[in-house]
Design a protein around this ligand. Structure first.
Ligand code: PAF
Length: 278
């Protein structure tokens, strides 16, 4: 496995792969890899000739008081994990390489960013689209892989691709969980021991809520009471929307999602509920 740090090196690898008629699967990440990322690599491996992973902690998607500086980073460990999952090339640019000048054009997400994390983190998804747009163009990927754990991000990226005819297919990966149900996340390392013991209650609250939705009930008050009883963190939101439109008119699928702010970690999780029962 090779690691490249410059756009020129990446482009020359992409040219070689494309000239030989092979396909590229892109797995965009911010590093500090866990099984969720590796499962995306495995899926990409099955569906493409080559797998490209990007590792870039993207400053454009962090707010001024968020954790950009202390976001966990460990390139050596990431290289080992990425290689063991079958990644062919890692693209790990510096901020200056990725953003050599102040952008003259900004991307602005519409109503899909007005709920859930988008409502709490203004500009976050504009920053995500800024980096994925560049990655899609640079990688000339045939398919790009994103996890359902970041379901709002996934829905917004699908809209970008559809609205602007990006020539690639977005593939969804299942959320990978610890044995006790906690969704794998790079930010789980911020949890204290006591918070780590509480964290599986996020998934349990979602399961409770899912059953209520399937019974035609409003799940939010019971979930709120459950979480207040079982976790010390502050509930940031618990919301129910249509998926993937994220509107209030729920049709076939709904997303029930929550965010809890612990002392150093803000955890998110969700469940997508099929209301047609198939
Ligand atoms: O999901 C993430 O890790 C990031 O938001 C992404 C898609 C790599 C863009 O920086």
């Amino acid at each position: 496995m090779q690691t490249v740090q410059t756009v020129e090196e990446l482009k020359s690898w992409v040219r070689e792969v494309k000239n030989s008629g092979q396909t590229i699967g892109l797995v965009p990440t911010m590093g500090f890899l866990h099984e969720g990322h590796l499962s995306l690599v495995e899926k990409a491996k099955l569906e493409n000739d080559k797998v490209l992973m990007s590792i870039f902690v993207n400053p454009a998607q962090f707010g001024p008081n968020e954790d950009f500086d202390r976001y966990p980073r460990d390139m050596e460990r990431d290289q080992q994990l990425a290689a063991s999952a079958g990644t062919d090339v890692i693209f790990a640019p510096s901020v200056a390489e990725m953003y050599p000048r102040e952008s003259q054009i900004s991307i602005s997400v519409g109503a899909q960013a007005n709920v859930l994390c988008g409502a709490k983190r203004p500009g976050h998804f504009d920053g995500v689209l800024k980096v994925v747009t560049k990655l899609f163009h640079l990688s000339e990927a045939d398919r790009a892989y994103f996890g359902k754990k970041d379901a709002q991000q996934l829905a917004i990226i699908e809209s970008l691709v559809e609205d602007y005819n990006f020539p690639l297919v977005i593939r969804r990966g299942e959320t990978v969980r610890e044995a006790d149900g906690l969704a794998k996340s790079s930010r789980n390392v911020y949890l204290s021991e006591a918070e780590r013991r509480e964290a599986p209650h996020l998934h349990r609250a979602l399961q409770l809520g899912k059953n209520l939705v399937l019974e035609g009930k409003n799940p939010l008050p019971e979930m709120d009471a459950y979480l207040n009883k079982h976790v010390s963190g502050k509930i940031d939101y618990i919301e129910l929307h249509d998926y993937p439109t994220l509107t209030k008119e729920i049709e076939e699928e709904a997303i029930l999602a929550l965010a809890v702010q612990f002392e150093k970690a803000r955890l998110i999780d969700n469940v997508i509920i099929n209301l047609k029962g198939n």
